[in-house]
Ligand binder design. Sequence first.
Ligand SMILES: Cc1cc2nc3c(=O)[nH]c(=O)nc-3n(C[C@H](O)[C@H](O)[C@H](O)COP(=O)(O)OP(=O)(O)OC[C@H]3O[C@@H](n4cnc5c(N)ncnc54)[C@H](O)[C@@H]3O)c2cc1C
Ligand code: HEM
Length: 405
Amino acid sequence: MLDMPTKELIKATIPVLREHGVTLTRHFYARMFTHNPELKSIFNQGNQQNGSQQQALAMAVLAYAEHIENPGVLQPVLTMVANKHASLGIRAEHYPIVGKHLLASIREVLGDAANDELIAAWAAAYGQLADILIAQEQAIYQQAATQDGGWTGWRSFRVQQKVAESEEITSFYLVPADGGVVPDYRPGQYLSVRVMVPELGLMQPRQYSLSAAPGNAYLRISVKKETGATNTPGGMVSKVLHDSIAEGALIDVAPPMGDYFLHQDRDTPVVLISAGVGVTPKLSMLEYLAKTQPARSVQFIHACRHGGVHAFRQRVRELQQQYPGMNSTVYYETPREQDVRDRDYDRTGRIDLMAIAEYAIQPQADYYVCGPKPFMQAQIASLKALGVDAQRIHMEAFGSGGVAA
Ligand SMILES: Cc1cc2nc3c(=O)[nH]c(=O)nc-3n(C[C@H](O)[C@H](O)[C@H](O)COP(=O)(O)OP(=O)(O)OC[C@H]3O[C@@H](n4cnc5c(N)ncnc54)[C@H](O)[C@@H]3O)c2cc1C
Ligand code: HEM
């Protein structure tokens, strides 16, 4: 427990964190990577380049300072972070390194405003957060290692098959190179893979949701190739996976983890809301539900740009035929001429939950939302406006920083 004077000192830094938080975290990362370059291959350098990781850490530090009197409200965020850390192989011995650079950065960025007392207060606060995360991560590692087919760290998997699901999404069927079994997981969870990125000369990890139900002899992920735009470079790891990892190749895989998963113990309605590649964890949930809980009511609500990028269209149609409890609503933002002819969608434009509330909002339902951040923010706003309890809204952000309900 932190004492009162420590808490007061932390609270006094809130205005400066609000104003200079990103400067602080940018300085922190630059400092840490200069002194400990070996950590570059653990951190997502794409998130470093687009600034989202600096932003995520700054928001986390600020949120911690703001909730210092009641840190319990941060527990869901810490669970998300502990899962992400464990998926990336973060260990207790990494904490002193990060702590050293964070405290030195506070001193260097705040200058005269950071006296020894303030640094000591932040050291105590960092130590407290670190202890919570280390304990949670140890429990996650323990669970991952002791289950059937389980492991921790990186395990070599062979790409058994690559299947194009749309013009930009390809599935990878991964089987253990050691011939062992694959572990169970919860529908909705993700794993990390790591590959060599030639332009960085570094191994780079990324998370991918498992896109098939548990219980197969393989783990399946489905990856969108991030092609970039005029002033935005394409995605590094998705490019390597699409272009350089062929069938038969070996790839490093961390065990399934994550705090976003279907509540398998409930029998209440499920509403799955996604856009684009955000469909992947939903497919795992849908396959699982069709197999094990066919009486459970499911609304599958999905949006994509047009038929060319509509992944898993055929699979979802098959599942709908087998699964009496399922109803599907697909939106195309800008249907092509052939889409209009084929009529593989139900509505045009973006998902508008208000317009379909009659069937999309159901008593006692759980809502699983996944897609780009602005999309998720819009869906959460609609769900809340429609009276849905925040406890029933579950979200996965395919980047850093999450989205708060
Ligand atoms: C829990 C979780 C689950 C996920 N599940 C999936 C999934 O099932 N399928 C899937 O395809 N993805 C998924 N992702 C996303 C995935 O982890 C990667 O982030 C994604 O593949 C992009 O990685 P990349 O290396 O190709 O792109 P990166 O190189 O990391 O770049 C990321 C983005 O930043 C942009 N960018 C890079 N540099 C700059 C710059 N200087 N300025 C502006 N923008 C820039 C790139 O264009 C790209 O869009 C998931 C992420 C998480 C956290
Ligand atoms: C008290 C200490 C720490 C806190 C509060 C913390 C907090 C966070 C937060 C908020 C995220 C973003 C999660 C997300 O939105 O996806 C994150 C991600 C991450 N953290 Fe930590 N962290 C701590 C310690 C560490 C340590 C010791 C390491 C090891 C070097 C580490 C490595 C990472 C990595 C690699 C990521 C993923 C970032 C990316 O690749 O984009 N963290 N952490």
